[in-house]
Design a protein around this ligand. Sequence first.
Ligand code: TXA
Ligand code: MG
Length: 359
Amino acid sequence: MSIETRILNPDAAGIAAAAALLRAGRLVAFPTETVYGLGGDALNPAAVAAIFAAKGRPADDPLIVHLADAADLPRVASAVPPAARELAAAFWPGPLTLVLERGPAVPLAVTAGGPTVAVRVPAHPVARALIAAAGTPIAAPSANRFGHTSPTTAAHVLADLGGRIAAVIDDGPTPIGVESTVLDLTRPAPTLLRPGGVSLEELQAHLGKVAVESRSAAAGPVRSPGLLERHYAPHSPLWLVIGPEEAARAWLRARAAAERAAGRRAGLLVPDEDAALLADLAADIEPLGPAVALDEVARRLYAALRALDSRHPDCILARDLGEGGLARAIRDRLSRAAAGRVVVLDPEEGAARLPHTPA
Ligand code: TXA
Ligand code: MG
C-alpha cells in the first residue's frame, strides 16, 4: 500500500509540519550532516516498528537515537561514563555515534533487544531544529531500503522510500556524505564499530588506544550488523582494488580494457586524476574529486555510486584511497559495496591476491 510522501521545505513551516508528524508517530526523512535519516519517535514502539517495516530492515539491526542536545543523554542512556562526556564535548553536535548502556525509556525494538543504545547529536541545523521541535529523541537509520546505498539527497530518499513514509525535508545534498563513526563505550576498551565522519585518529587523540572491530569478529555473533559484509550494495558488481597508486591504476586500466574487449561496459568510480588518465578507455566514468580532497570524495561517493549504478554497467571498478582520516570510512563503504570482490595488490610482488572469490 502506498501513501503520499510530502516534500517539505527546510524552513520553520516545514520543520513544524515534520515535527507534528513525528509526534503523531509518523515517519519523516530529514537531512543530517552525514546522510539523510529516516526518523521516527524513538520512544514510541509503533513508530519504531514502522521504521523497520518501511526500510525492510531485519529486527536484529539496532537504530541510532538522535538527540537535539547532549544534555538529553540521560533520557536514553542509563549511564554516561566520563569518556562519553569528553567525546560529546569534543565532537557533538557532529558525526559521532556513541554506544552506551540503554536507558529504561528506550523501547527494546530500538536496540534490537540489546542492553546498549547508540546515540548521537547531529550537527545539521535542520536535524537539530526538527528533533528539538518534536520534543522527543528520534530514532533514525539511513533513509534507504535495507542493503541499498545511503541517501545523500532527498531524491535518493524518494527513490527508495517514496510512498512508504509521510514526508521528507529537502535541504539539498548532505555535507559529509558518509555515515557517522560508531564507537562502543560499553566494552572494556573503546571500540570502533564503524569508521565515519570522525576519524580514528581524532578519537585516538582523545582516548589513546581505540580497539577496531575486525570483520572476522563481526562474523561471529552480530554486534553491529552494519559491520556485515554486503551492505551499501549497488546492482552492478563492484570491484575494489587496494594497493600502491600506480599499480592500482594499472589494474583498473587492464580490467576496463579487458571488459571492453569482451564486449562489456565497465563503470569507473575513481578520483579525478584517474579519470583523466583512464579517459581513453571508453568506460563510464564518475569522477569523485581530487584524491587528496577526501572530504569531497566522501561527499560525492554515494551519489556517484547511485548514478553509475543506474546506468547498469556490467561492472563497477573502484580504487582505494588508503586508510588515513576519512579514507578509512571510504574504504569501509567501498569494500562493503564490493561484497568480497576486493583485489589487494601486493606491493612486494606486484601480484594480485583475492581475499574472497566472488560468486
Ligand atoms: O550518520 C549516521 O549515523 C546516519 C544518520 C541518519 O544519523 N544513520 C545511520 O544509521 O547510518 P544506520 O541505521 O544506517 O546505521 C547504524 C549503525 C548500524 O551499523 C547499526 O548496527 C549500528 O549503528 N548500531 C546501532 N545501535 C547499535 C548498538 N546498540 N550497538 C552496536 N551497534 C549499533
Ligand atoms: Mg544504513
